[in-house]
Structure formats: C-alpha cells, structure tokens
Design a protein around this ligand. Structure first.
Ligand SMILES: [Zn+2]
Length: 176
C-alpha cells in the first residue's frame, strides 16, 4: 500500500519521526530541560530493551518520550486514527503498545525505573513546566542505582554444618 499519498502533512511528519526513531521535538525538549537542571545522560541506548530515549544511569532511570499516536495514548486527542486504513493503523499501534509493555517489564527486571512521558503532556508551556519539573523530581528522588546483584549459588548445608547442640531444638524424646 502506498502510505505517503494517503497521509496528511501532520501524519507524514509523525511517520517520519517514528521511522527515524530519534531526535523528535518532544524528546529534544525533555533532554534540554534535564540538561539545564544539571543531569547528564545517554540517549537512544540501543543495548537496553526498547532503546530508551534517555538513560540516567546514576539514578537508575530510563525515560521514554512517547508520541501519542504511535504509542496509542488512550483517550488522547492526539491519538486520532486516520480515516482510511483504520484496521492497518490500529494493528500497528496495538503492536507498539504491546512492545512498550514488554520493554517496561524487561527494564524493570533489570532494575531500572521506567518513566514514560506522553507528547501531549508537554504541549503547552504551562504543561511542560509542570511535567518536566515533576519528571526531574521523580528522577532525583530515587536512590542511586545499584547494579542488581548476581544471584549467588545457594550454599548447600550438610547435616555436619549444624552446630553440635542442634538436637536441642528437635522434638522432645518421650522414650526415656
Ligand atoms: Zn496523549
């Protein structure tokens, strides 16, 4: 199917941004803000699940800045399906949403705190100021990240390891 001739300018723009998958405008806004608050981070970290947009290792936080359309923001007015090929777009968005979920779980299992920001949360100046301030606080509120400990092999305790008076705690012996 030819996608390009069916999309409005706005849709096409979102599409391109999603394909490039980086350096979208909302993402840059968030990055700049965090930088201005003195935080340092890495961006588009490919070796972590979902290639998080912003990674603050020191705080154990990953931040995603999600486009409302592509990530299927429920009840959001930026999530408007195009009038044509509705099923196609629905399927695409559903896939993205499912993948986001899996990535969240994988990241959390690795010990990361995952913060997702919707594009619509930082649309206007007032929203932006409020949301980004909240984001900053959320990031620095957490304890510094400790690398998850490798699971130690369970030490097998043999009977001989018990102290000699171990039997004291055993059932009383009634047959004197
Ligand atoms: Zn939204």
């Amino acid at each position: 199917m030819k996608m390009t001739d069916r999309m409005t300018k706005e849709e096409r723009h979102r599409c391109m941004a999603a394909i490039k998958g980086r350096d979208t405008r909302p993402e840059m806004t968030v990055r700049k803000y965090l930088f201005s608050r003195g935080l340092r981070y890495r961006v588009n970290v490919k070796k972590l699940p979902g290639s998080p947009d912003i990674v603050l290792r020191k705080y154990g936080v990953v931040v995603f800045v999600d486009g409302c359309f592509w990530h299927g923001h429920k009840d959001c007015k930026l999530y408007r399906l195009p009038l044509t090929n509705v099923e196609f777009w629905k399927g695409k968005v559903a896939k993205n949403t499912a993948r986001d979920y899996v990535n969240n779980v994988d990241l959390e299992l690795e010990g990361w705190r995952v913060i997702r920001i919707w594009e619509c949360e930082i649309k206007t100046k007032e929203q932006r100021e409020e949301r980004l301030e909240r984001l900053y606080k959320e990031i620095i509120s957490g304890s510094p990240w400790k690398k998850p400990r490798k699971r130690r092999k369970k030490k097998i305790r043999y009977y001989n390891d018990y102290p000699e008076d171990f039997n004291i705690a055993a059932e009383p012996d009634f047959e004197e």
